[in-house]
Structures are given as structure tokens and as C-alpha cells.
Design a protein around this ligand. Sequence first.
Ligand code: ADP
Ligand code: ZN
Length: 728
Amino acid sequence: MYIVSVLIEHPVHALDTNFDYLSHNKVIPGVRVLIPFNRQRVIGYVEHVEETFLSKEELEEDAGFKYQYISEVIDDEPLLNNELIELAKTMSKLTMSPRIACYQAMLPSSLKPATNQAAGIKTQLVVNIIKDGTPKTIKQKECLLYLKEHQDILLKDVPYSRSLLDNLKKQGFVEITEKEIYRQVKFREYAEKKIVLTEDQRRVIQGIIATHNQTSLIHGVTGSGKTEVYLALAAHYLLKRQSVIVLVPEIALTPIMVEIFKQRFGEQVAVLHSRLSQGEKYDEYRRIKRREVHIVVGARSAVFAPLENIGLIILDEEHDASYKQENKPRYLTSQIARIRAKTHKANVVLGSATPSLESYSRSEIGAYQLFELPKRINQKPLPKVEIVDMLEENRNRNFSLFSIALQKQLQKTIDDGNQAILLLNKRGYASFLQCHSCGEVIKCPHCDVTLTYHKDENKLKCHYCEYTTAPIHHCPNCGQDKMKLIGYGTQKIEEEISTTFKNAKIIRYDVDTTKQKNSHLKLLDQFQRHEANILLGTQMIAKGLDFEDVTFVGVLNADLSLNIPDFRASERTFQLLSQVAGRSGRGAKEGSVIIQTYNPDHYAITCAAHHDYKKFYQLEMNYRKTATYPPYCHMVSILIQAKNEQVAIETARNVKNYLDEHLKNVIILGPANSMIYKMNDLYRLRILLKFKQDKEVYVALNALNDYYNKKQKGKVTLICDFNPYSQI
Ligand code: ADP
Ligand code: ZN
């Protein structure tokens, strides 16, 4: 008899509780099982198994409760290996989230412990000869000859009719069987350039190869050839029969890096990102687990790829906020990468043109090795950047969204047959709908935010929950029909460009136009083929794109990211502007950039315009030091949310009192209303902790977490977010 300890995903038992079941047969840890639970059958994840020689009755007498038996074992093999099981436990402690949530984060959705809808192994029919001899007709004889030369051929590829094959099968000459196949992940193919690595690139590659069990930071300006460095490093570790994980920010960059790695390494590469279908993900996952591939390219969650013998983990654009997972488990990808690297004695490489302050400061104190790629390939100059003061434009009576300078440059770019990229970090058509008579603004009924107007669907949408509604014509407050659209998003700009500029052909690239499968590839392809001369988009277009004929980049409103109340607002703005500016002039032609802003003297903007990372770094570090923000301290953001506003407020006050009592060397800020006070019908307050040593913080927060999330059963939730990247 075996005692099987099972974790389940259950809203009421959301915390880490194991439930013990019995089994007559041996069960391997790491598989999923069906178990009876509260008169339902639920799926559980087997954590450990212990053999016992006691009977059920004896066990029950010892335990003081009745045992039940496992109903069914779902998997033949464990879903996760020992390394990943240990990692899940560590991650669970670091992020204070249930272990089951950590296992879930590591598996493709079709294999998650809570689901049992297998993505399905895809099969195709194959034909094989099983007996020699002479069939009835000449045609059949011909076919048999053909099949002799084409063993194991797919049925659909046989140039004879299905009925003829069925006939041969009936006579016992051939068999038609199902064969497992993998779904093919789509990517754009292109002709590869012959490349000789530069002196700089070789210095970096050699430097990294010489290190062991180290984290290195490559600070390389845009277009300095970082991707070639990654490729060369990957080739090196492959030769050593080690495997490589290449991580890129979600969505925007994954397809591009996938293309590049697939082109270079072909079948050795598996891809994992959110754009794949469930079936594709499942197949890619199985290819990795079966050790058929040795390189995995993907977004954040690919850091959990079940590769063996990892030699290198690369995080491209390491500063990107998408490396932080924003729901449980709220992990930081670089932290997970370093833990895995330690287990495998592997190297970690972080690459960026604008490294995060955390990473750059670590390289300054020697915790990371720093490698610089200060020049663009072929010594191409970085593009000239002009800052346009929009206040000045307004004073000169230009109230359009385009400054005179930008209008001239954009038209010239079009006229010269070149291409332009325009950045507006706001999607939708208008920002909101407002009554011109009484000033009433239309808000989401579930969230404390205005609804955004989307013209193509003629809908008002909430960008925080799923709420959509038809635009209204009469003000719900005063009843007059004076509703007006205020502000602008990418949709409206698209419209304005077509009326303002001659011969403008625009591709809009944002969350709304890239929803459909492979639509992002299609759009980039169209732009590559010059079917459009303007690529207009949100921050999704800022990174990684490498189009030779883009000679102009325009930033329509640099202040959008600057005005976000977050301590990283300046850093984000600097990064975004540097990244998007880097898209200009990457080919033979020189590029230029215009940044439109109401804050022309802000250091985030001026430093980006001068391509001066070091200066920005120094100024920003000064600010972080003075105001005590990372990297000068650690942070955790505690979100308290409840349906009942009073419960939320009271809980926040109690939490604050508890923390005041139990923490000594910690700065405690709040509670304050969260940036979006109401979201999805929940009232939200935040408490912020800043600290140097995390031990006492974990002790106190674990106690609070246990108390509120276990005992209060859903009335109020407490979410602890370590290294917070967003505080909306
Ligand atoms: P980064 O990632 O640093 O922005 P990329 O790796 O995209 O830069 O390189 C910019 C361009 O330079 C790409 O088109 C790339 O193919 C090309 N490139 C990179 N290394 C070399 C090299 N050694 N010789 C010639 N071209 C190169
Ligand atoms: Zn909403």
C-alpha cells in the first residue's frame, strides 16, 4: 500500500496543503491523478509517495481520519523532472505563492494540473508494405513498386487513389497506420547574410565563454550586433553538447528571434510563446522533453523549458518589463534563470542597449561581468535625434498632433521612397467620451478608469477588464446629446495620417491588429515588402525590428510613459525612446528621429536623444538613492483587495499596524489607494515596503498571507508582489 500526497488547485484551498490518498499500486511523484474531493472528482499533482505496511484501518486509526483511494493515474511519466520540482519549491517561497501555482507556471496549458483536456497528439496516416507478391491489376502493381521505393510514406503523399490503397490493404499487401507527427510552427524565412564577426563581437564571445557559472551583461547600442553574439554563443554550447535557452520579451520580439534561430539551427530549435496554439505548444514541449531539440527560444515562461544539461541562458532586452510575471507566481525571470544556471553550472547572459539600473549597478560592483559593444556594425552612426517642444508648437498655433518638423520629415521620407516608424503608446481611437455640456466622463462600471473608444468595432472598451459597450449619444448625467471623443490613440492617428500626408500607406501594429494567429508575421512581412511606408504602433514596435529602409522614426507623445506614477517612469521612457530611435538608419542610409514632448528638458528625453546611457544611469541612480528606490533597496508591494470597500480599508489598516509592530528596519509606506482604486469590482489599497534584508519581511508577510488568504476565505485577498514592476 502507498500513501500518495497530492496537491490540488482549489479556490478554497488555494494555499499549499497536501492531501493524502491511498493507492494499491505504486505511483511516481510528478504525475497527475484523479481523486475524489468533496464529492467531486478533481485533478491533483502527486508530490510524494511513501510505501506503508499498515492496513487502511491501522492508518486511519493513526491519522484520526478516513482515507480515500486515488481514482485514476493520468500520466505515464512525471510531468516535471527533479530539478524543476525543486525550482518550483524555491519559487513558491520567493514569490509567496502556492506550489501548485508554480507547477502550473512551468507547464504548457494543456498539461496543467488543473486541466485534463489533452491537447491531443496529432497523427497522420502512413503506408507500408507488409507482404510481397502480385496484386490483381497493373495499376496496383505499379503502386506497390512505388511504395517499395517510398517506405513509411504519408498517405496524403502517395500519388495513387485512396480506394486503390484500400484495395491493396484488403489483399494484405500494405498496412495503413497512424503515425505521431508534430505541428509545424510558422515562421518567416529569409536569405541569410554571410557574416564575419567583428573584433568587438569576438571579444565579447571569448570573454563569456571563458567564464563559468557567471552572469554577464552585454551593454551594446542598438544595431551593435548582439544577436550575432547570441548565435555564436549558442553554437559554442551546442558543440559542447549542452543546451541553450534564449529568452525574448513577449510577443513583439519572439517571432523575430525565432526566425533568426530557426534559420541558423533549424530542427534543433523549439519555440515557446503565447502566440502558439495549445497543440503547437504541446508538441514543442514534447520535443524538448524527449531531448530532440537543444535550443529553446521563447518568452518569459520558456525559462522553465525542461532541457537537460543547460550551458547557457540568454535574456535579450533584459530590461524589459515583460520579464516580470504579473500574476501568481509573480516571478522575475532573471532570478529564475540564475537559480537554474546555478544548478546546471551554466552561464547567464543579459543583453540590452539600455540595461536596467539593477543589472548595470550589479556589473559596476562586479557581481556581473560587463561587456560593452559601443559601436554600431560598420561604424554606422546612431541616428540624429531632434526634440520638438509641443508647447512651442501650440504657441505657434499648431494644434495638430504632428509638429511642423515631423510633418516635413515624414513627407520627405515618403517622397524619397523610404520607410518610417511612428510610435504612439496608446491604442484605440479616442481616450474617452466626455459630455461637452456637463463634463461627465464615461467610465467602466467595474473599474475606476475611463472607457476607450475603438472605432473599427464602434465600441467603448475597458482596457482592464473585459467590459465593452456601445457608444452612447446622450449624457447619462444631464441627458443632452453633446458627447464628444477626447484624446487620441493609434486608430485615430492612422486616420489622420492618411488625410495629412500624400501617398502614405500605413500599417497599424498594436494589440488590436495582431490578435489573430500569425497576423503579426503578416504585417511585418507586408512592411518588409514595402506594401506600406509607415509602420504605426504602440511600444510593440519599439524593439528588435530591423528594417533596412527605415530612415525616420517619429515619437508622437513621449510624455505618455513619463507621466505614469511609478518610480521606473523615467527609466521606462529612456528605454522606450532609445529602443525606438534605434530602429532608424540601420541600413546603408542615414536615419533621423523626432521626439515630440511637453517636457523637452527632462533628462530621460535629453539623454535618449544624445544616446547617452551613462549619463542617464548616473542621474537616475542619484534619484533612486535620494528617494530610496531599487537598486538601493528591495521592494515589495502589498495589494489588499475586497468587494466591500470598508473591508478593504479596515484590512489595510490592520495589516499596516501588524507590520509596524513586527518590522524594525523597514520603510513602510501606505496604505494608499491603488492607482486604479476599483478594478473588476474590487476595491484596492496598497502598502509598500522598502528594505535591505528580506528575512523579517518574509516572516511577517507569510504570517499575514496565512491569516488573510486562508482564514478569511475570499472576503479579502492580500497579494504580495516582490520586485513590483507595476502598481496600477
Ligand atoms: P542589436 O541586436 O545589437 O540591435 P543586431 O544583432 O540586430 O543588433 O545587428 C544589427 C544588424 O547588423 C543586423 O542586420 C545584423 O545582421 C548585422 N550584423 C551583425 N553582426 C554583423 C557582422 N559581424 N557583420 C555584418 N553584419 C552584421
Ligand atoms: Zn473595467
